[in-house]
Design a protein around this ligand. Structure first.
Ligand code: HEM
Length: 520
């Protein structure tokens, strides 16, 4: 027995010694040649990802094919709408924009990706968006959990619910017009885009919590709150390209000690927390208005185990982040495009004046009255076509069994990217003049073409993640935009100067400076 047992011991000792020797040699080698090994590893990994991938046949920028850093860089630049339009012009309808990611330019591809039941899933890009502990419907990437949560929010977000809150948009409009009257008197150019931004925020405060945030009253970005939201979005869009980096930054426990970065400090979060506490204390029935938060609380009371109070807070709070920059940006684009095209501007004003004189418009223009302004409707849709409020690609994973997109099969797990700015310029659908702002395309074309164009509009995304706040955004814009054009005349302070824009998700814009006068 002893002789038998000595053999394995000798072998173990021998192999241990060999392993130790090998490890020590390896260590010495790595230490001596570190400066060569590291770049060699990076290059080999890059080449492997570029050439060993089933996506190797697709064209695209060289650096994009082997590393996600290219997409991170292009997002960081903040000009993704324009960069992706150029990219597709250069490389064609399918472009490889990361080792495992393809961008598509055709609306037919988008229809396949968003079609119900196809099983395309949100990617981990959204995982970075706060709050990490309790994702809302926008940030939730588990499709089954998302579907469950969405069931509770459909009614509070419905058109009927939003129409029920329309009078509070009227109150906010009054406040805006009051401030604009001041600029009429001054006669100097002013930053109208900023006021549209304050308006969008204050409307959301009313809709979500029955309380304005106070931006219109103050006339400035209180406590830098809008800037904080934009900075957060800037971070989310960039870090979302390589999500594990979030562990080093925002998910790092030390992050909260950096002054100004704690979101609890932001005025919007403070107000949301106060309103939540108020409702918890007095009960949601004590809030005389059916605002979004009260309606969500009522929904939660039916099944608190499935949609708890934490979800109510996350959804109501998330609405401010999802609905503010997006709506403000769309209104700014509308005004900039309309004022840059005097013939369009005149046609809209003529249409409004005619409707006014024939008694079709009330003192406060309603959503329903605005539907009787076909040219205005065409101009609004055309603005959303030319400059959708989301400028970054919306990304999805191909389901694990693989899937067909626009007639071609793609392997499971491939990331697909769709950008509204690119999709909306498809010449096959929107015509050879797709690059120009021409509201008439929505009125001149035959019914079949208009339907095809409508189906190819992705300003609100698509499929199971279609924007749930679109009813509010559409209602709000249909009320305030014609009303502004009826009451005031506008002139660009710097004709020909494009809006400044930055987009790491929503398109954040500035530079809409105008002269304003009274029309009535
Ligand atoms: C013109 C204004 C708006 C635009 C252009 C817009 C755009 C979008 C887009 C493109 C998506 C899809 C994102 C994706 O799939 O990754 C989306 C989703 C969403 N939007 Fe909007 N949005 C607008 C207004 C609003 C408003 C006012 C609210 C809230 C009050 C809102 C709340 C949401 C939410 C919660 C989602 C996630 C829906 C889901 O995943 O089920 N949005 N929006």
């Amino acid at each position: 027995m002893p002789a038998q047992s000595s053999v394995p011991i000798e072998v173990t000792v021998g192999s241990d010694a060999a392993s130790v020797k090998f490890a020590s040699l390896l260590f010495k080698f790595v230490k001596n040649y570190f400066l060569l090994i590291l770049p060699a590893f990076v290059v080999l990994r890059f080449l492997y990802r570029r050439y060993a991938s089933p996506l190797r046949q697709y064209p695209g920028p060289f650096f994009a094919s082997g590393s996600r850093l290219w997409k991170t860089y292009i997002t960081w630049k903040g000009q993704t709408p324009f960069d992706f339009i150029d990219l597709h012009k250069k490389y064609g309808p399918i472009v490889r924009i990361a080792p495992n990611e393809l961008s598509f330019s055709s609306p037919a591809a988008a229809a396949d990706v968003f079609r119900a039941g196809k099983g395309f899933r949100k990617t981990d890009f959204y995982w970075v968006f706060p709050p990490p502990g309790n994702p809302d419907i926008f940030t939730e990437i588990r499709e089954d959990v998302h579907a469950q949560k969405k069931r509770f929010v459909v009614t509070p977000y419905s058109l009927a619910a939003m129409n029920g809150l329309a009078s509070f948009v009227d109150d906010t409009e009054d406040l805006l017009f009051n401030k604009l009257d001041g600029f009429v008197k001054e006669g100097k150019p002013f930053d109208f885009g900023a006021w549209l931004h304050y308006f969008a925020f204050d409307v959301l405060g009313e809709v979500a919590f029955s309380r304005k945030f106070g931006f219109l009253d103050a006339g400035y970005d209180i406590e830098g709150c809008i800037k904080t939201i934009d900075d957060t979005q800037w971070y989310d869009g960039i870090v979302g390209q390589i999500p594990f980096l979030d562990y080093f930054f925002r998910r790092n426990p030390l992050w909260q000690y950096i002054p100004g970065l704690k979101t609890k400090d932001a005025v919007i979060t403070r107000i949301a927390l106060q309103e939540m506490e108020k409702r918890k204390k007095y009960g949601s029935n004590q809030i005389d208005r059916k605002d979004l938060m009260s309606q969500l609380l009522v929904a939660s009371e039916t099944a608190p185990d499935k949609f708890g109070v934490g979800d109510v807070f996350a959804v109501a709070h998330g609405a401010i982040f999802a609905g503010s920059d997006s709506t403000a940006s769309t209104m700014q684009s509308f005004f900039h495009l309309v004022l840059s095209n005097p013939n369009v501007y005149k046609k809209i004003c003529d249409e409004i004046d005619e409707a006014q004189s024939s008694g079709k418009l009330g003192d406060k223009i309603t959503f329903q009255e605005a539907q009787q302004l076909p040219y205005f409707q065409a101009a609004l849709k055309e603005a959303m076509r030319m400059r959708p409020g989301v400028g970054l690609n919306i990304t999805r994973h191909v389901p694990s069994a693989g899937a067909e997109i626009d007639g071609m099969r793609y392997p499971g797990g491939t990331r697909v990217a769709l950008n509204g700015w690119v999709l909306h310029r498809d010449r096959g659908v929107f015509g050879e003049d797709a690059d120009i702002f021409r509201p008439e395309r929505w009125l001149d074309a035959d019914e079949k073409r208009i339907k095809a164009m409508d189906r190819s509009m992705y300003q609100f995304g698509g499929g199971s993640h279609l924007c749930i706040g679109r009813n509010l955004a559409i209602m709000e814009m249909n009320k305030v935009l014609p009303q502004l054009l009826r009451e005031y005349s506008f002139r660009l302070a710097y004709p020909g100067r494009p809006l400044k824009s930055n987009s790491t998700f929503f398109v954040v814009q500035s530079g809409l400076e105008v002269y304003i006068g009274k029309r009535r």
